[in-house]
Design a protein around this ligand. Structure first.
Ligand SMILES: Nc1ncnc2c1ncn2[C@@H]1O[C@H](COP(=O)(O)OP(=O)(O)OP(=O)(O)O)[C@@H](O)[C@H]1O
Length: 150
């Protein structure tokens, strides 16, 4: 079975608010493996491609401006069930509906400043990883793997 990967991105508000370490800590402590990581300013065409499914929505221009408003931290995390579990760790899209204990439930209030993105399916993750990491990701096996998986 191929190991599952998710595209996780700390949005500009998360970077500006100093939440980079907090987000990385949660994924690391859960046992997921960091496979790709970069801080980058987002070109407008990349933001538009990333959110292409939302292009007809009224908030699309504001969403693209938001993603391009400052650097983001683009990451690939790997491990069993990381797509669905990552979404649970992130919380509901609208932070007011996110459970406490989730990233949005602990650190956000508004949907237009919801701190973090996580792929919503394995297929979206593959598309997003090739979009954000055309150069590929790092190959490594964490020494702790046998202590996380039986
Ligand atoms: N009604 C809205 N008003 C403003 N921004 C919105 C609204 N709905 C969604 N967004 C923004 O668009 C992003 C993508 O929306 P989507 O419905 O795909 O939610 P999501 O999958 O939880 O979020 P993401 O794709 O960022 O992980 C949201 O995270 C949010 O930043």
């Amino acid at each position: 079975m191929a190991t599952e990967q998710s595209y996780i991105m700390i949005k500009p508000d998360g970077v500006q608010r100093g939440l980079v370490g907090e987000v990385i800590k949660r994924f690391e402590q859960r046992g997921y493996t960091l496979k790709g990581l970069k801080l980058m300013n987002v070109p407008k065409d990349l933001a538009e491609k990333h959110y292409q499914d939302l292009s007809a929505r009224p908030f699309f221009p504001a969403l693209v401006d938001y993603i391009c408003s400052g650097p983001v931290v683009a990451m690939v995390w790997e491990g069993k069930g990381v797509v669905a579990t990552g979404r649970k760790m992130i919380g509901a899209t609208n932070p007011l509906a996110s459970e406490p204990g989730t990233i949005r439930g602990d650190f956000a209030i508004e949907v237009g400043r919801n701190v973090i993105h996580g792929s919503d399916s394995v297929e979206s993750a593959q598309r997003e990883i090739s979009l954000w990491f055309p150069e590929g990701v790092a190959e490594w096996t964490p020494a702790a793997k046998p202590w996380i998986y039986e």
